[in-house]
Design a protein around this ligand. Sequence first.
Ligand code: SF4
Length: 373
Amino acid sequence: MLLEVLALRPDSITVWRDPRVKRALSWYWDVMRDRAPARYRIADAIPADRDPRGLDTRELWSLHDRLSQRALEEWRRVREKGLAWDELEPVEPSFLDVKTELARRILRECVFCEKRCRVDRTKSNRGACRLGAETIVSTYFLHMGEEAPLVPSGTIFYGGCTFKCVFCQNYDVSQEYPYPGEVVDARRLASIQEKLRRKGARNINHVGGDPTPNLHTIIESFKHLRVNVPQIWNSNQYQSVEGLKLIRDLIDLWLPDFKFWDNRCALRLSLTARYRETLTRNLKMILGHGDIIIRHLVMPNHLECCTLPILDWIAANMPRDRTIVNIMAQYRPEHKAAAHPERYPDIARPITGEEYQKAIEHAERLGLLHSLV
Ligand code: SF4
């Protein structure tokens, strides 16, 4: 595998020679090399003291929030003092069991994401993501096309999404219902993750569509995972506060996609309201909860309304030496933007070199760590 990786992506090795990358991704680096336990292992070693199934939901959240603080302290201690990944013993019931129980209850009145549909997904699939209780894995494989520090990335593509982007490149698995793929339970999802790690994955990369509607299965899968592997949340980052609280103690590296600044663009192009306030709130919520690479796809004609103010916000709100920004140039019209260019004339073409250059120069002026990966 190492030879294959070296041939296909030599930058996946050389990128680690850059001290800025190593500092920004220091936690991920340690877990990737099995020098530290992934955060889900820490959560599963924290005792819950009380059986979560016997508590009402208010008591359960209160217990969750106390244990979350404890997990954070324990994680900081592990970072400072070091701990072999297999030194932690899972306990019953653990903080992870509290999260599993809360996720199961939310599923009956779903607010995993900020669309807050409140549908009972155990009985219906009429929320905006059109997912019932089942989790569908469209495909999984060792992805060689992700950012250099991530490849080979054990990528799991979930069917269904909370957005309806008119330019989506994966619309066949994210928007075309019924979603194609295999229905998986938590045990099967854990076995997929183990298989990917054993084949040489540096990480497990939960993506879609979007992973958020599958929080319940993903969290429960950690209970069955017998390997140590960094967890990546590769998402539109549109979780509700509740959804994000459930997952944020378990993720080692965040890969949020910050698409729009102007809410009118988000509504027109992704059919999503309250975009900017949700994204900025959630980015602040994950600060200090794992390493971060923010992705931003530069879109044609959206430099002034979206790209430049997004970079300004990141520079003003995220620690510059701990946050990498991947400014992406690969936009091309797909899906409705390709089929109906007359309806979406602003995004009916790829970006120009000049547009990309402007974005890069702006990031440079702001002193952002960008394009390192
Ligand atoms: S995950 Fe989001 S879109 Fe799907 S049902 Fe729940 S709240 Fe609605």
